[in-house]
Design a protein around this ligand. Structure first.
Ligand SMILES: Cc1cc2nc3c(=O)[nH]c(=O)nc-3n(C[C@H](O)[C@H](O)[C@H](O)COP(=O)(O)OP(=O)(O)OC[C@H]3O[C@@H](n4cnc5c(N)ncnc54)[C@H](O)[C@@H]3O)c2cc1C
Length: 559
């Protein structure tokens, strides 16, 4: 291997979720590891994320007397995932591998000192009504983390969106604080923890930054070599197998050998508009919540090495509303808690309702894009009334004095009648009135016979648990009436190279390419075109990083 400038056993491209789970396995097996990160910070979009992992059969469920089983999980995945040539990333065997390995990965990380806990007791699967669907929660998250513990590395952790000593689950209860003493008590405790943290010099982060901060801490402690500003430009292929990577150092190519293999965990292409135009036309990088370095550099490289790209038209859509300041927002104003709440619906540009506004954000955006093929639906309109405005938030902001400028900026449309509102948004008044009348009839009946909103535990979770009757339903009948635009934003792309049960990258013939592994959204999702529950991106990335390293190190099931 004299051809290389330096050599490691295991080289990881990108510091996403699976990078450090793989690195920890390799270090436990006594192997040398290098993680190369293009950005100036470590942790990827994973660190910016909620950090939720969808882990069926995890140890926390059993400990809380809410046991899950691999059988239930696989039954659910079989019901929810579509097989076929369009979705080669998913298969019965890959789903089985996920269900078997994900809880082991959690146990392994706990053994490495990563403090994890159940994400929530109530965060149902997104299709919980299907066989094997979970109506409680299969989520696992990291405990809040004091990133000061990273020392000099603190400044090199990708920032997250919640820098308080609070669980994400509790943070999501904030909008209901005025309705529950229990929630006010939770926030009082968080406020005390914030003050204590300040007094004792803690730098708390939670959600994805806590997960990746803890992973980075463990990786550094285990002796993993982590380098930032080290973008991989190419793979080195020798005798049909991947033998290393090329980065640039001091303006020259720097060749790094990888004895056991290379794991690509370099994220997706959400920030690459040219790739979006090619694979998912009609979507925009400007609507994405991913970090700027999510530019898909490795996809052409993986293809040159023989990998096959698939499911490239899939994204983890996340409905978004383009309120003033949208362009600069660290996290784009969310639309999920808008049309999923009572007294609000979504209509296309002809004024017609066309989906269940509850449920998975991924399906929501997919449905918008599908609708847009026949009726203009990008953007669509969230329609809501004074009852909604009094109770809930628009893009995470409660309406009030602060939001008066929205109308002046042309963002918030409002009128005293539905006919007037239709005029404001350029929709046929008769169509909008008919849609709202139909919606009100649905609410009165308590059953959405058109799209099934509110029938699932998840839709109800998304609604208002403190509202009488169905938590997801509420009439739209109190003036003034309002409308804001909703676009199909995203939190990630979801397609990439096809991999097998060991996370090995497969070629056109379906044979593994020696020395080449991939995980996370650099690979075609193990769930095909479906997002089965909260954490269905970070969970598989962590798991298949762990699986890849076990395979490459030849440690079988000992870890
Ligand atoms: C606000 C928000 C909330 C979310 N919440 C959740 C959630 O709770 N649960 C969930 O499952 N999903 C969530 N998602 C989606 C999820 O974060 C992503 O799908 C996931 O993090 C992708 O992880 P990954 O391991 O594939 O890689 P990433 O975390 O995207 O990391 C890839 C890394 O590779 C680096 N890289 C790129 N090119 C190169 C190169 N050439 N050389 C070296 N490095 C390179 C990138 O800079 C990046 O750091 C959320 C996303 C956002 C934005």
């Amino acid at each position: 291997m004299s051809d290389f400038d330096e050599t490691f056993d295991w080289v990881v491209v990108g510091s996403g979720a699976g990078s450090m789970s793989s690195a920890l396995v390799m270090r436990r097996a006594g192997k040398s590891v290098l993680v190369l990160e293009k950005a100036a910070t470590v942790g990827g979009t994973t660190a910016k994320s909620g950090g939720v992992m969808w882990i069926p059969g995890n140890r926390f469920m059993a400990a809380e007397g809410d046991p899950d089983s691999a059988e239930a999980a696989i039954t659910y995945l079989e019901a929810v995932c579509a097989d076929g040539p369009e979705f080669p990333g998913t298969s019965h065997d890959r789903r089985l591998a996920y269900v078997a390995e994900a809880p082991k990965m959690v146990d392994f990380l706990m053994g490495e000192g990563i403090a994890l806990e159940r994400g929530s007791r109530f965060w149902p699967d997104y299709y919980d009504e299907l066989p094997g669907g979970c109506k409680t929660s299969r989520t696992v998250v990291a405990k809040p983390f004091d990133k000061k513990q990273l020392g000099a590395w603190e400044a090199r952790l990708q920032p997250g969106f919640l820098s308080v000593p609070a669980r994400l689950d509790d943070g999501m209860k904030l909008p209901f604080a005025h309705k529950s003493w229990k929630i006010r008590w939770i926030f009082a405790k968080i406020a005390v923890a914030v003050v204590l943290g300040k007094l004792t010099g803690k730098h708390w982060v939670t959600a994805g930054a806590a997960l990746q901060g803890r992973m980075l801490q463990a990786a550094l402690k285990a002796g993993v070599d982590v380098r930032t500003g080290a973008g991989v430009q190419d793979l080195i292929v020798a005798n049909g197998a991947v033998a290393g990577v090329v980065i640039e150092k001091d303006g020259k190519p720097w060749r790094i050998g990888a004895r056991l293999g290379v794991l690509v965990n370099a994220g997706g292409f959400a920030q690459n508009q040219a790739m979006r135009d090619r694979y998912m036309p009609g979507t925009q990088a400007a609507w994405s919540n991913t970090i700027p370095s999510d530019t898909g550099d490795l996809f052409p490289v993986l293809e040159r090495a023989g990998g096959v790209l698939a499911q490239m038209d899939q994204m983890v859509g996340y409905q978004t509303t383009r309120m003033p300041g949208f362009d600069q927002a660290f996290v784009k104003p969310p639309g999920q808690g808008l049309t999923g709440k009572p007294h609000a619906i979504l209509v296309d540009q002809s004024g017609v309702r066309y989906m269940n506004e509850g449920g998975s954000y991924e399906l929501y955006c997919q449905t918008m894009l599908e609708r847009n093929k026949t009726v203009a639906a990008v953007p669509s309109w969230a329609i809501f009334d004074a009852q909604f405005a009094g109770e809930y938030a628009v893009g995470g902001v409660k309406m009030g004095k602060k939001t008066q400028g929205w109308a002046d900026a042309g963002y918030l449309k409002q009128a005293d009648t539905l006919t007037g509102l239709a005029g404001e948004i350029g929709v046929d008044p008769a169509a909008l009135e008919a849609t709202v009348a139909r919606w009100n009839a649905i609410v009165d009946k308590g059953v959405d016979e058109d799209f099934g909103r509110g029938a699932r535990a998840y839709d109800q979770w998304l609604g208002d648990p403190y509202k009488a009757g169905n938590p997801a339903l509420g009439r739209i009948d109190k003036a003034p009436y309002y409308a804001v635009e909703i676009v199909p934003g995203d939190v990630s792309t979801y397609g990439g190279v096809v991999t097998d049960v060991h996370a090995r990258v497969l070629d056109k013939q379906g044979a593994p390419i020696g020395g080449l592994y991939a995980c996370g959204v650099a690979s075609a999702s193990v769930f095909g075109g479906v997002y089965p529950g909260a954490g269905a991106s970070v969970g598989p990335s962590m798991t298949f990083g762990y699986v890849a390293a076990k395979h490459a190190a030849g440690v079988g099931n000992s870890l």
